[in-house]
Design a protein around this ligand. Sequence first.
Ligand code: AMP
Ligand code: GLY
Length: 428
Amino acid sequence: MNLLLIGSGGREHTLAWKLTQSPLCSQLFIAPGNAGTALCGTNLPISISDFDALAAACKQHNIDMILVGPEEPLVKGIYDFFKNNPDLQNIKVVGPSKEAAQLEGSKAFAKAFMQRHNIPTAAYKEFTSDKYIEGVEYIKTQSLPIVLKADGLAAGKGVLICQSYLEAMAEFELMLLCSKFGEAGKKVVIEEFLRGIELSIFILTDGKNYVLLPEAKDYKRIGESDTGLNTGGMGAVSPLPFVTDEFLQKVKTSIIEPTIAGFKKDKLDYKGFVFLGLMNNDGEPSVIEYNCRLGDPETEVVIPRLKNDLVQLLTATIEQRLNEVTIETDDRAVAAVVAVSGGYPGDYIKGEIIHGLQESVLPGSIVFHSGTKKEGDAIVTNGGRVLTVTSFGKTITEAVEQSNYMLEKLYFEGMYHRNDVGFEFKES
Ligand code: AMP
Ligand code: GLY
């Protein structure tokens, strides 16, 4: 089978690494990919949103199946683009339809879905500019902190946790009346602040059945001890000691099963990964957000723990046979630590030469590329998040220590990584 993987981050290098391990994968193409995916298959210089160019490449390379890494093409309707074109219908896209991808593309859509299907989530109300005054009144009735969310995709920046009423009202005004997040903020969701420990649960669904993948926790803040600005993710660990069988059972019955039943009831065409961003409050799970894809850097720990053949899993998804599949996972702990460019998540320089890539690979570790590209013989930085080092260990602490050790062998000007990924799980 010939496969096309869309995306260019650490998630996509990890997926490419896993897909090529399958005997069912004849040829793998990645659009646009990075210097790491180029080690697994053929990179194609095509933008993730250029559906016409992607379709032409699929024809040229006889692609049978497309796996979409990031949300943007899904929210823009890549699934429907292929499905509705008689010339392209035989090319199967793993991912939700445009309508179903609204679960990530519109916070208001996701909240209404959860409310309709009785899925536990923070209480909320949505407002557009014509309801500005009502919104301000609503803010005054809420307890602090107050969470404001731009409805649409806002490059991960559209969620604000406001510690005072003044801040909440100012931000609400900036979003609704001053287009702080452009189109994405034309509608604003105001919601209750949830307390507890965040975690990420991933499922793969064929619209009728689902399989549960290993859980993960990511570390979003740039600074150690979870301080400083939010990033795309500075590290991840799996498994999580607090995810007991009892907790998972609650997640299944109160969240996953109603979600799948909701897809059926609402006639949402969804054959792909669902990323549930959850809050665990004293053993009670609720949904913070849905994403219609895998997470990054969560994928860098979830996929290495997955023992199943990924091409087989994706085929079963397309053929709605996931009920026949049993997921097998590696019991070892896995940690991913991300090395970023100096200045990230603010401005940073690209094009720094990365040293040590050849020398530094230890058994039990994998270096996944995020923002990298080949320039002549060198591999250079090409983004904020540059490399993710994934390691296995007997414990999370051991896995994190090995990734940190490996990162000492890697170097590019301005390189930074957190040393304390998994800090809550450190054995004393
Ligand atoms: P999202 O873009 O929905 O992933 O939100 C970004 C981050 O904001 C989440 O990962 C949480 O840390 C935080 N967050 C979002 N909604 C809430 C909420 N209702 N209560 C507490 N934290 C939240
Ligand atoms: N690591 C969070 C995300 O991928 O959205």
